[in-house]
Design a protein around this ligand. Structure first.
Ligand code: 5GP
Ligand code: ZN
Length: 113
């Protein structure tokens, strides 16, 4: 989609810090990280949200989630990790290309309570 920020990140016309890429998905650092290592995993196919996601896109995306989580764990050594996905503006979605947040958690000083 021509006016989608994450489609532009996937096609390289907006720069990003890549964590992982294969033919179906792209993972990159969040530009405004909630904690150190905050990463987003997106399908390369433009899918608005979980409600619109074909099963095959979900299979390909969630299949790599453990790999992404472990790569972040190795790089940043967090104490734990939240994975979060907001669907719809009311639920806090601000970019309407599906993305799964990986938010490493450190300790009570990481600011997320
Ligand atoms: P949402 O609120 O939709 O769940 O999350 C959108 C996320 O995308 C936010 O955490 C925000 O910081 C991130 N984001 C928005 N624009 C960009 C961008 O241009 N580059 C990167 N790397 N992240 C972005
Ligand atoms: Zn898109």
């Amino acid at each position: 989609m021509s006016d989608c920020i994450f489609c532009k990140i996937i096609d390289g016309s907006i720069p990003s810090v890549k964590i992982y890429e294969d033919e179906n998905v792209y993972a990159f650092m969040d530009v405004a990280p909630l904690t150190k290592g905050h990463t987003l995993l997106v399908p390369k196919q433009h899918v608005k949200d979980l409600f619109d996601m074909p099963e095959e896109v979900a299979r390909n995306l969630y299949a790599v989630a453990p790999k992404i989580a472990n790569a972040i764990k190795s790089a940043f050594n967090p104490a734990g990790m939240n994975t979060v996905n907001n669907n719809g503006a009311f639920a806090g979605q601000t970019v309407f290309h599906y993305h799964l947040h990986f938010i490493p958690r450190y300790d009570e000083t990481d600011g997320l309570g």
